[in-house]
Every structure is written in structure tokens, then in C-alpha cells.
Design a protein around this ligand. Structure first.
Ligand code: CTP
Ligand code: CA
Length: 227
């Protein structure tokens, strides 16, 4: 009912969203992931769709149903997420990076299942940094002016200082901060929006209502941009 009466503030807009964790293989049956449930990203996808947008959701492994009317592309690794995003970013008006993308992948992943060593030794994993998806999208924005880029950051301390600094470093107009890892897997959250004029706190609420508030904040900023 709420959804039906919402203003279609993103009507005619195309929105690309990443959500969930990524999974970085160690061997064909094992890997490294993180505690992201995907709930926040899926809520943002649902809210953007309710607001009339054409929504594409690039999702790492989650146990969540696809929000109604949303096109979903499933990926496993950060590299696959990067490739799916870059293949789909043309013509998008908004990019929202909600995914908890692994910062590293295993450089020496094994093609076969690693067997336990007789001498009790453990495998030596080496890591290499993954490409920054949000930074890659932000680089395309500096060429065409689109898409409007929104980042998410979960910080375990100093959220105010780290949030503002991360927005600047990423070169994006809007960064959403939350205190992690407490929010991972929960149904509610507190978020702080950082933009060029400072910050706005959206007090603790369920993730869907925060997602709707975020969508209306993004729509407001798109409006201001096109004036
Ligand atoms: N992000 C991304 N690709 C990556 C890493 C992060 O697109 N390889 C995006 C996330 O989806 C999020 C934003 O960047 O929107 C911030 O992620 P975060 O992990 O907080 O920032 P990092 O730049 O990775 O910095 P750090 O983890 O060192 O704090
Ligand atoms: Ca990171």
C-alpha cells in the first residue's frame, strides 16, 4: 500500500546497484567471503523500483528473493562483479555500490581441491588486490557526467571522519556510512549521508524505510543537478 502511493520520483531513470558479499575461491570447494547478507542492497533495489526506476541488481551470493520488477545478475567474485557492472553501466543514470566487495582475491588459488599435508603443514595463500568497482564507474562519470555515483561504507570506528574522507577520496557526490559490522545481517540500520555540504543522519529504522529515504535523497539531488 505504501509502495503504491509513493511518488514515482525515479520514473524514467535507470539505476544499477551492487549488493551482497563476493566469494573469492581458494580451490574449487573453498573460498573467502564476508558477513554481508545483501539485505541493504536488496532494499535499495526494491525502493528504487517502487520509485519507478528501471533497476538492475548485480548480486553476490545471498539467500534473498529478487525484488519485484528488478533485473538481477548473479556473480560470485569481485572480478565477475566488476565485469558485469562495467558491461551494464552505459546509459545508467545512477550507480549505487552497496556490495561488500572483497578487497583481495587469492592469487594462487588451486585448480584442484587442496589436500591436507601429511606433515600437518597449512597452505600458503597469497593475495592480490581486486579492482575498485566504484572507482571504475566514477571514472566513466568524469567522461560523460553519468551515472550519479553513490557509495556505501561500513566503518568499525571514526565513522564521521572516515566517511567524509572516503567520499572525497572516491571522488563521488554521495557516500552512505554505517557502523559495521554490527549492521551485517540485521533488519535495521542507522545511516549517515555524506555529501559536499556535510552530513545528514537517518536515524535507526528498518532497512527498507532507510532505503526509501535514501532513494528520495538521491532523486532530490538528481533534480537539483538537471536544473
Ligand atoms: N567498492 C567497490 N569495489 C571494491 C571495493 C569497494 O566497488 N573493490 C565499493 C563498495 O561497494 C562501497 C565503497 O566502494 O560502495 C566503499 O567500500 P569500502 O570497503 O568502505 O572502501 P575501500 O575503498 O575498499 O576502503 P577500505 O576497505 O580500505 O576502508
Ligand atoms: Ca574495502
Amino acid at each position: 500500500l505504501v509502495a503504491a502511493f509513493q511518488h514515482k520520483v525515479l520514473e524514467g531513470r535507470r539505476v544499477l546497484i551492487t549488493a551482497g558479499p563476493t566469494f573469492e575461491p581458494i580451490d574449487p570447494v573453498r573460498g573467502i567471503t564476508n558477513l554481508s547478507s545483501g539485505k541493504m542492497g536488496y532494499a535499495v533495489a526494491r525502493a528504487a523500483r517502487e520509485a519507478g526506476a528501471e533497476v538492475t541488481l548485480v548480486s553476490g551470493p545471498t539467500a534473498l528473493p529478487t525484488p519485484h520488477g528488478v533485473r538481477r545478475i548473479d556473480v560470485l567474485t569481485a572480478q565477475q562483479m566488476h565485469d558485469a557492472v562495467m558491461a551494464g553501466v552505459g546509459g545508467q543514470h545512477v550507480f549505487i555500490g552497496v556490495a561488500a566487495v572483497a578487497d583481495w582475491r587469492v592469487a594462487n588459488a588451486s585448480g584442484q581441491k587442496i589436500k591436507k599435508a601429511e606433515d600437518g603443514g597449512a597452505p600458503q595463500l597469497e593475495f592480490v588486490q581486486n579492482a575498485d568497482i566504484l572507482a571504475s564507474v566514477a571514472a566513466t562519470t568524469s567522461l560523460s557526467g553519468w551515472p550519479y555515483c553513490v557509495g556505501f561504507a561500513a566503518e568499525s570506528e571514526n565513522l564521521m571522519a572516515y566517511g567524509a574522507a572516503k567520499r572525497e577520496k572516491k571522488g563521488i557526490p554521495l557516500l552512505v556510512g554505517n557502523i559495521g559490522p554490527q549492521t551485517f545481517g540485521q533488519d535495521d540500520n542507522t545511516i549517515i549521508l555524506f555529501d559536499e555540504s556535510g552530513h545528514t543522519v537517518l536515524p535507526r529504522a528498518d532497512k527498507l524505510s532507510l532505503a526509501r529515504q535514501l532513494v528520495s535523497e538521491i532523486a532530490k539531488r538528481l533534480e537539483q543537478r538537471s536544473l
